[in-house]
Design a binder for this molecule. Structure first.
Ligand SMILES: [Zn+2]
Length: 625
């Protein structure tokens, strides 16, 4: 009961006021989650919270020469919902390349096919699924189950055999045919869609823009390639000892405990043929538990660096970290070290929550794109790879460990990854790298849409609403709460919603409750309203009684930001005044700063480059000509 911390009387009053439990605008369709008890007003999952789940067993084969990827899989699907499901919705994300599919971006014409993903066999609970019970629509395959619905609390099994050709065009965002023998493969297997307490079956297709909303699952995956190829993937490699000759197996094992970067193999070693044991063809076997997706990558000539770091000081648990790259990508020699330092900092500082996964591989692809335990990151040479590496790895927390619905609320994950890429790169680089995203130029324009507008409804406004504006909001929040309270809210939020699907009000309400403050005054302008941040400085004027000069900070925009003023006096001394955005909490339009007694202000400078402000021309005394 977060808003009722003033008195017991108010507390009782609030309880009797159910269910109008937030002062923020709550869309009518979200109210039912509170009525049904699947979400709680204090921000916790409700007593009746439920979530469906899947288990995948996949065997796949990639032929580099033709780029044909084919697979057979079994999906065990657990219906934990109270609903009887009369259809099962499967995502075929490659169908973005099917002729006539909806797309947010152009794709290369030669990557488009009539069939999209070829479904060669489809069985539901051991029975073939009749054509009339299949519906291909956008990137979904719906299986009609009117005659054989899935009751609450039951488990069903789907078997599917499929194949498609990996898109090779440069427009194949996030997927990479990096060269004729190097591939990064996401969005590749038939995957069950999310069925949740808010909307039922997820209904937004994969168009190439909004990224994830996946169900948590366990994966057991075997991937075959011709001899000489290595496979890196989500999860832990189960059969390294079957593949690697002793020298390389020892290096791989050593890297799991190493605090310095170890070369598992170089390009030359891989090409020499000495890395792998001779023998019959084998499949790379990977397992991952409780992740919302699975990606893999392969090459026959990349270098593999590895290292590990302690991610939980209480248990000594380590994460195994790999950087896998083309020899020409000179920046990549730093990536394993940066990734290890970044993961250590994520575990201990921000978010300050032990890194949840046993491994992380940064693969030299064509993008900056995250998957559970895998990143597809282009080379940034000659620039440092630090910000990109930290950004993509930090996505581990949002949207993966916290199963964010990015199709509707991308600010709940991209905003955080942007917050981490700035704060952690700034810290790791000794304040030489890391940059707050430029929000001021777009703030208050008609393309600066309140982040609470669902991401699926955005196109050109998507980026600012998902990255810039929330990053600036979270930095303002850190300043507002201070590290300790911020960290308590963050880790409390993570404990409550780990491996679940939090939505915006779970976030707002949890932070309100754990901070012990009703922060609705902060959430409302930053996430729900049109507007912009703009402060100005006026004065100085003399306060005779206090024998000092007074500066007036004027709030000209509705978005609350901190007040930071650097004053230089005529005697050469300087003073810094800093107030968090809380000074604007009660709707005040002005804030008074009393300068040092008996001193004369020579100059006053309002603002910092980390504080957004759409008009800085009024941020200085005397005014700049
Ligand atoms: Zn991102």
């Amino acid at each position: 009961m977060f808003r009722c911390f003033y008195s017991l009387a108010a507390l009782v009053f609030c309880y009797t006021m159910l269910p109008a439990q937030t002062t923020l605008f709550l869309p009518r369709n979200l109210q039912k989650a509170y009525d049904n008890g699947t979400r709680s007003w204090d921000g916790n999952p409700g007593p009746k919270y439920w979530q469906n789940r899947a288990q995948y067993t996949i065997t796949a084969k990639l032929d580099p020469a033709t780029r044909r990827l084919s697979g057979e899989e079994t999906i065990k699907y657990f219906n934990n919902s109270p609903d009887t499901l009369n259809r099962l919705r499967i995502k075929l994300q490659h169908d973005r390349y099917r002729k006539g599919a909806q797309r947010a971006y152009d794709v290369t014409a030669s990557d488009v096919s009539d069939e999209g993903m070829a479904i060669e066999m489809l069985e539901f609970n051991g029975q073939p699924v009749d054509e009339k019970n299949r519906r291909r629509n956008t990137t979904f395959l719906d299986i009609g189950l009117k005659d054989d619905p899935i009751p609450p609390g039951s488990t069903v099994e789907l078997r599917v055999k499929w194949s498609y050709t990996l898109p090779a065009g440069e427009d194949a965002a996030r997927e990479c045919v990096c060269d004729s023998t190097t591939f990064f493969v996401p969005y590749w297997y038939p995957q069950v869609a999310v069925y949740d307490d808010l909307s039922g079956w997820a209904s937004h297709p994969y168009t190439g823009l909004q990224e994830f909303y996946h169900e948590f699952a366990d994966y057991d995956v075997r991937i075959s390639l011709p001899p000489g190829f290595q496979v890196w993937a989500t999860g832990e490699w189960q059969n390294a000892a079957d593949f690697l000759e002793n020298t390389y197996l020892e290096r791989w094992n050593a890297a799991h405990r190493a605090a310095d970067v170890v070369s598992v193999f170089s390009e030359a070693e891989l090409k020499s043929g000495a890395v792998y044991k001779k023998g019959p063809a084998r499949a790379f076997h990977y397992k991952a538990a409780d992740v919302p997706d699975f990606a893999f990558a392969t090459s026959d000539h990349y270098n593999w660096d590895a290292i590990s770091t302690v991610v939980d000081d209480k248990t000594g648990r380590r994460t195994f970290i790999s950087a896998v790259y083309n020899t020409a990508s000179t920046d990549y020699r730093e990536v394993a070290r940066i990734a290890a330092d970044g993961i250590r900092l994520m575990s201990t500082y921000l978010p300050g929550y032990p890194f949840p996964y046993p491994c992380m591989t940064v693969f030299n692809g064509n993008d900056g794109m995250e998957y559970p335990m895998m990143c597809n990151d282009a080379s940034t040479a000659p620039r440092s790879p630090m910000t990109l590496t930290v950004h993509e790895i930090s996505h581990t927390y949002f949207p993966f460990m916290m199963g964010i619905n990015e199709q509707d609320y991308a600010w709940m994950d991209e905003g955080w990854a942007s917050f981490f890429d700035y704060t952690l790169s700034d810290s790791l680089s000794g304040h030489t790298l890391g940059r707050v995203r430029s929000y001021s130029p777009i703030a208050g324009t008609d393309n600066d849409v309140p982040p609470m507008v669902r991401s699926r409804n955005l196109s050109t406004a998507y980026r600012n609403a998902s990255y810039q504006r929330p990053q600036n909001a979270y930095l303002t929040l850190l300043d507002l709460l201070g590290y300790e309270s911020f960290h308590r809210c963050m880790t409390g939020y993570m404990d409550r919603w780990k491996s679940k699907h939090p939505m915006p009000f779970d976030f707002f309400n949890t932070w309100n409750e754990i901070s012990g403050q009703n922060l609705d005054w902060f959430w409302r302008p930053w996430f729900f309203e049109w507007g912009y941040p703009d402060l100005g400085v006026q004065g100085p004027v003399r306060d005779e009684a206090a024998n000092c000069q007074v500066l007036l900070i004027v709030r000209k925009g509705n978005i609350p930001v901190p007040v930071h003023v650097e004053v230089e006096y005529t005697d050469g001394s300087k003073e810094i005044f800093h107030q968090t955005a809380a000074v604007w909490k009660d709707g005040k339009q002005q804030f008074r700063i009393s300068c040092a007694r008996g001193k004369q202000v020579k100059t006053a400078t309002l603002g910092l480059n980390t504080i957004p402000d759409v008009d800085r021309s009024d941020n200085r005394y005397p005014e700049q000509p």
